[in-house]
Design a protein around this ligand. Structure first.
Ligand code: ZN
Length: 293
């Protein structure tokens, strides 16, 4: 039922992160919809220009048993002493210093009228920790949140393909992975909801981002990042990308060695074309020339 598509990374221009900058420490966050469109992309002649996305069905289909989930974290966190959106940026895990490349995650999270995000610090932390764990091994890569911005409650329920396009399009920029955390994410191919998706803007498939539903379990981001790093769904036993029924519990899954090799190639290509810009990770100084006195 799932279409396994290779998702070759495909964008080319070297625009820096055009999205505007971060949370204001004073207020924590800015108004949700004031950011200018940040798309200045060029067409992407190279790579696969596969339209559409790889949906990850959460419910109402036979994929459910193999699905992304082994947990169902819907609880919301109680009020925090600091702005919850600032905490999502500052209190989530930093890149694994052992990984060669650190990539930024720009998190856009739907908030309610009181400013409370649809998911908790613990939930976001678990998503990132899962990705760090799997990607350090598979792709010598790690992730950390570099920006957090609120999305108006009008974006809480993402129903249509157009919703998915419009969710990310105004916020897209290159160099980082944009992750949108919404209340619910409908399966556009059938009834029910899905937990997450790696989505390509249908107007320009070089623009792509990850959408996570608030029902996503802790490895959903990891799975979607697998797509971002070019992986289709697979049939490797024990793979995070295998959505066939049966097999090991999802929580125990990792990437297959062949998937890891493919992701490393995709990583190099994305660094090369500016899709991702490695961050200077807080890692031990390399024994190199001339440290500053
Ligand atoms: Zn998938």
């Amino acid at each position: 039922m799932f279409v396994s598509r290779a998702v070759a990374c495909a964008s080319l221009f070297a625009g820096a992160v055009a999205c505007s900058t971060s949370s204001n420490p004073g207020t924590g966050v800015r108004a949700a919809e004031v950011r200018q469109p940040a798309v200045d992309e060029a067409p992407a002649p190279s790579g696969g220009a596969e339209p559409s996305a790889e949906s990850d069905v959460a419910a109402a289909t036979d994929e459910r048993g193999a699905g992304d989930e082994d947990e169902d974290e819907k609880e919301k966190k109680e009020a925090e002493p600091v702005d919850p959106l600032v905490a999502l940026r500052d209190a989530t895990p930093r890149c694994d210093p052992a990984a060669k490349h650190c990539f930024g995650l720009f998190v856009h999270v739907v908030v309610d009228d009181e400013g409370a995000p649809v998911q908790s610090l613990e939930w976001v932390t678990a998503q990132i920790a899962g990705a760090q764990d799997r990607f350090a091994e598979a792709a010598d890569a790690s992730f950390e949140v570099v920006e957090v911005e609120p999305l108006a409650a009008a974006h809480r329920d993402i129903v249509s393909r157009l919703d998915r396009d419009k969710l990310g399009r105004p916020h897209f920029s290159r160099g980082v992975v944009h992750v949108f955390v919404v209340g619910s994410l409908a399966d556009v191919d059938g009834p029910g909801e899905i937990r997450g998706v790696h989505w390509r803007d249908r107007a320009n498939t070089a623009r792509r981002w990850v959408i996570l539903s608030s029902i996503a379990g802790s490895l959903t981001l990891t799975h979607e990042l697998g797509h971002f790093f070019s992986l289709p769904h697979s049939r490797y036993a024990g793979s995070l990308m295998n959505k066939q029924p049966g097999g090991p519990p999802f929580a125990e899954r990792r990437f297959h060695a062949k998937e890891a090799a493919k992701m490393r190639r995709a990583k190099a290509a994305m660094i090369g074309d500016g899709t991702l810009v490695p961050r200077a990770a807080a890692k031990p100084a390399e024994p190199g020339p001339a440290a500053e006195p």
